[in-house]
Design a binder for this molecule. Structure first.
Ligand code: ITT
Ligand code: NA
Length: 210
């Protein structure tokens, strides 16, 4: 059975649209290593979650990248949502940036099942490895780092707008794509074009062929 590793119910609802009934949520809060990109965070999370679960795992790491803020909040999106809140992120962008305030949502899915397969090039560089090893000290850090991980990326472009709509979750109300915010879209509309939907479609194709 495939475990979708996240503490976020919103992600699970979207993922289940792309994956069959054989998938269940694993509510596991893996260590988020500090990195400027999502790949290393997701890869480390997938290895840690696989060691924890002993079953195939798919980790979903996502974030909002605002162009005019050099990608902020990016990998820190969850922290910034919890501390400042989405509305404040909009107000900061409105105060500091000219229209159209371009941004993108990015999602990286990281798959690990302990089997050797053609893994993605390891996205964790040497500095991140040290951090990851320190966090995973209670496990066998070296063995964990050797686990192959396959990454799938999805990106969607849009712009930061005043909050509209009450669907979705997180930053959806302030992210507009094609005239609608993600929070104004139906679940299937969002899933058809979103960063998560795109990454899930790639994963589902690869997984079905295994
Ligand atoms: P897990 O790490 O347990 O999966 P999380 O919510 O902390 O749950 P992330 O670390 O990936 O997830 O943080 C992503 C942040 O970006 C968080 O604030 C989410 O609300 C937000 N986010 C992710 N996907 C989103 C989406 O599709 N729409 C709006 N906001 C999203
Ligand atoms: Na998180």
């Amino acid at each position: 059975m495939l475990r979708y590793v996240t503490t976020n119910e919103g992600k699970v609802r979207e993922a289940l649209d792309y994956l069959d009934d054989d998938v269940t949520q694993l509510d596991f809060d893996y260590t988020e290593v500090q990195a400027s990109e999502l790949g290393p965070i997701a890869a480390h999370g997938a290895r840690e979650a696989y060691r924890y679960a002993g079953e195939p795992v798919l980790v979903d790491d996502a974030g909002l990248f605002i162009d005019g803020f050099e990608g902020f909040p990016g990998p820190y999106s969850a922290y910034v949502e919890d501390t400042l809140g989405v509305e404040t992120v909009y107000r900061l962008a409105a105060a500091e940036l000219d229209e159209p305030r371009r941004a993108s949502f990015r999602c990286i899915l990281a798959y690990c099942d302990g089997d050797p397969f053609e893994a993605s090039p390891d996205p964790i560089d040497r500095d991140d490895r040290t951090v990851a090893a320190a966090h995973g000290a209670e496990q066998n850090a070296e063995e964990t780092e050797a686990l192959p991980v396959k990454l799938f990326e999805g990106v969607v472009n849009g712009r930061i707008v005043p909050p509209r709509g009450d669907g979705g979750f997180g930053y959806d109300p302030i992210f507009e794509h094609d005239g609608k915010t993600f929070a104004e879209m139906t679940a299937s509309e969002k899933n058809g074009i979103s960063h998560r939907g795109r990454a899930l479609a790639k994963f589902a194709t690869w997984y079905a062929e295994r």
